[in-house]
Design a binder for this molecule. Structure first.
Ligand code: DAH
Length: 339
């Protein structure tokens, strides 16, 4: 029996020394020390020993048990240490590897110019207001003197949500919302996204930006409109800019005009930039139609006003000589970094 015990001890020590992993250790613990383990089955036979042998074998058995327990604990600690080392090794940081560069953005060209435009108007006492992009047909068309059967609707290919709700095709509905809520004096600009069901190409996008302007007060005349726009254009494009007003038609203004700036590239000679025209159209404007005023609860006998609307993309394309509108929306960092 003594030999059996010694054999168990030697085997256990050997096996434990080779054990890899906590699970193997647990199996070995059960194999040697468990209720049905090897040591236990030896101890069960101790009844058959003589009185002299029993304490001797008993003592040995206890020593073997303690030894195996100690070895188990020792090996468990070793394995834990090894696992820790392996993890440290695996997760080691090589500080000499090139890092993942996080590209730092820059202000988008549309925002750069929009901020300038805002500043110019704020400098003239305008307030900046926002309006919803999902808009009622009433605000986008009806209240602006564009009833359901009006031909002007055909020029604005509209995304309809349902019969009464559209993605706004222009920022002009903000005029109506402001006038409904505020009595004059009113001096606001309202920049924002507008939507038209246009196919994408170098000069068209189903989403683009407009800036709306509105002034309503007693005694506002076309002279105020002309002076405001001339001041604006000179601040935006330089003091030597030349501005031209051309008669036009908008349903919500009367009279209406379009404003051109003399091409700053060729100074009116005609070039590629202005397509040989010598002039570049930048916005639409006019005196707010009396019907629009009264639609919004403002008495046209007492008040008058002017309004304007311009497309931001065009202004920015001219400013930076960008020939493809799509570049604005592609978020290619190489393009955006140039401004
Ligand atoms: N909303 C017009 C458009 O999208 C632009 C415009 C023209 C706005 C004249 C105005 C205006 O406020 O008076 O084409």
């Amino acid at each position: 029996m003594k030999q059996q015990l010694e054999a168990i001890r030697d085997n256990a020590v050997k096996e434990l020394a080779q054990a890899k992993g906590q699970q193997v250790l647990e199996t070995l613990r059960v194999k040697y020390l468990g209720k049905k383990g090897e040591l236990t089955s030896i101890l069960k036979q101790m009844g058959g020993l003589s009185a002299e042998e029993r304490p001797v074998i008993g003592q040995l058995a206890n020593q073997v048990r303690s030894l195996i327990e100690e070895e188990l604990t020792k090996r468990a600690a070793e394995l834990k240490e090894q696992a820790q080392q392996a993890r440290l090794e695996q997760e080691r940081l090589d500080v000499t590897l090139p890092g993942k560069r996080r590209e730092l953005g820059a202000k988008h060209p549309l925002s750069i110019v929009l901020d300038e435009i805002k500043e110019i108007f704020v400098g003239m006492g305008f307030e900046i207001v926002d309006g919803p992009e999902v808009e009622y047909d009433y605000y986008n068309f009806e209240a602006l003197n564009i009833p359901k059967n009006h031909p002007a609707r055909d020029t604005q290919d509209t995304f309809y949500i349902n019969d009464n709700i559209v993605l706004r095709t222009q920022t002009s509905p903000v005029q109506v919302r402001v006038m409904e809520k505020t009595q004059p004096p009113i001096r606001i600009i309202s920049p924002g996204r507008v939507y038209r069901s246009d196919a994408v190409d170098a000069t068209h996008s189903p989403l683009f930006h407009q800036i709306e302007g509105l002034v309503v007060d007693r005694g506002i005349t076309f002279a105020h409109l002309k002076d405001t726009l001339e001041t604006f254009v000179k601040r935006l494009y330089g003091e030597d800019s030349v501005v031209r007003f051309r008669p036009h038609h908008f349903p919500f203004t009367e009279p209406s005009a379009e404003v051109d700036v003399q091409c700053f590239n060729c100074h009116g000679e005609g070039c590629r930039l202005c397509k040989g025209e010598g002039w570049i159209e930048i916005l639409g404007c006019g005196m707010v139609h009396p019907k629009v005023l009264s639609n919004c609860g403002i008495d046209p006998e007492v008040y008058s006003g002017f309004a304007l609307g311009m497309g931001l993309e065009r202004v920015v394309m001219r400013r930076y000589n960008i020939d493809d509108l799509r570049l604005f929306y592609e978020n290619d960092i190489r393009f955006l970094k140039q401004f």
